[in-house]
Design a protein around this ligand. Structure first.
Ligand SMILES: Cc1cc2nc3c(=O)[nH]c(=O)nc-3n(C[C@H](O)[C@H](O)[C@H](O)COP(=O)(O)O)c2cc1C
Length: 400
């Protein structure tokens, strides 16, 4: 009978993932305007094997899908590539239905299964490069530590040349009827949600991501099954290239000015800086208000932009709190390819520019020397200096 809920990927392999349009913030932080898919896969044969599970809030529709394929058959194995709860928190519901199922994982996964779910039995522990023969299927496991949890690994089925890549090659956005790369308009509907996913979730582990990508590069891959976003069967090399470019933090000759302002004076300064950038010949300039733009988007834009200028007002002898939070997050991103500019505003004791200086001194990038600090509203001479800051940035980018 035709499958109504699930999709066949290959003869022996089914897509049994689910869409989550209910969760508004991924990890309760990152906006999900287009939702997110939790992809899961079921391999049938002499043994039935699930690869990666789903988040508990979607588990009832997930179970329907598992049962559509298995009917009265047993489930023999579940491969746990990554224990983050969006791929594992449905596990107790599945164990209720299939209490004898064996869980395949690596040694770093073992304590996680115990502490999250009290699971200690029926575990098969695999190590780097190990191949398991499960009935007529052969699976090989490769460790990808810190992409983006310590226990993360990927699973490869040589016969069908399918890579189950867990979070690697994933992106935000539900799968709306179509699940394959050749069925969707990736550039229009998934590109920016995939880059934001990488930068927000994997970005701070970019060097580990590059190591993982390097390890996987010799595998012959016809299909990539990540746990979020489309399944890559037509052009898997495309998502590999996108992830490689992102992991290398390729930046464009553009400038991002992020300001923190309560009453508009610092915003006016940001406008002057932007005029200088434009005069200097840069055509891609964006100005963002740190108080209004979710930091998820600011981090994503910063990752891909060579010139970043932060400007903030002072607040209680310190910096405007949303800017302080953004700096903390930016520090964690360990970005290497940017040029930074800073400016501050104050009324009495200051505070903002000092914090901005501490931030730029702590990272390894180039920092522009001109760092205006302006009391109250910028006067004519100060506006000129802000414009010069923008021109300095344009010059530094074009000469780099
Ligand atoms: C709640 C609050 C706290 C402030 N704390 C400081 C401060 O500690 N030191 C200082 O020099 N200015 C302080 N200011 C003044 C602002 O930094 C200053 O007015 C600045 O020009 C505001 O820029 P804006 O118009 O872009 O908001 C404070 C202002 C407010 C409203």
């Amino acid at each position: 009978m035709e499958n109504l809920l699930t999709e066949r990927i290959k003869d022996h392999l089914y897509y049994i993932g689910v869409n989550d349009r209910e969760t508004q913030l991924f990890e309760n932080m990152w906006p999900l305007p287009d939702g997110v898919a939790y992809n899961s896969f079921l391999m049938t044969g002499e043994k039935n094997i699930i690869i990666d599970l789903v988040k508990v809030n979607t588990v009832s529709s997930y179970i329907e899908k598992v049962q559509e394929i298995l009917k009265e058959d047993s489930l023999d194995y579940i491969v746990i590539n990554h224990v983050e709860p969006d791929h594992s928190s449905g596990i107790l519901n599945i164990l209720e239905l299939y209490p004898d199922v064996k869980l395949i994982c690596n040694k770093k996964t073992v304590p996680f299964l115990k502490t999250y779910y009290g699971i200690e039995d029926n575990l098969i522990v695999v190590s780097e490069g190990e191949t398991l023969e499960l009935g007529n299927r052969k699976l090989t496991f490769y460790m990808t530590p810190m992409v983006h949890w310590p226990e993360s690994m990927v699973t490869y089925e040589e016969e069908s040349k399918t890579l189950f890549s867990q979070d690697i090659f994933g992106g935000f956005g539900t799968l709306n009827g179509a699940i394959f790369d050749d069925q969707v308009k990736f550039d229009d509907n998934y590109y920016s949600e995939t880059t934001r996913y990488f930068i927000n979730i994997v970005g701070k582990y970019a060097s580990q991501a590059l190591k993982a990508l390097n390890k996987l590069k010799d595998l012959e891959i016809s299909t990539i099954c990540p746990v979020h976003g489309p399944i890559w069967r037509k052009e898997p090399e495309r998502i590999v290239k996108l992830y490689t470019d992102l992991a290398q933090q390729k930046v464009k000759d553009a400038v991002l000015i992020i300001y923190g302002s309560m009453y508009g004076n610092t915003e006016r300064m940001a406008e002057a800086v932007a005029r200088g950038v434009a005069k200097g010949g840069i055509t891609d300039i964006r100005i963002r208000d740190v108080g209004k733009t979710p930091f998820s988007y600011l981090l994503a834009e910063a990752w891909e932009t060579k010139g970043i200028i932060l400007g903030s007002c002072s607040y209680n002898n310190n910096i405007f709190p949303p800017m302080s939070f953004l700096m903390e997050e930016l520090k964690q991103q360990k970005m290497k390819n940017n040029i930074w500019g800073i400016f501050g505003s104050y009324s009495w004791s200051g505070g903002a520019l000092k914090r901005l200086r501490e931030f730029t001194e702590g990272n390894k990038c180039e920092v522009l020397e001109r760092q205006p600090e302006i009391q109250g509203a910028a006067n004519e001479e100060e506006l000129r200096e802000l414009i010069q800051l923008g021109e300095d940035m344009a010059r530094a980018i074009l000469e780099s």
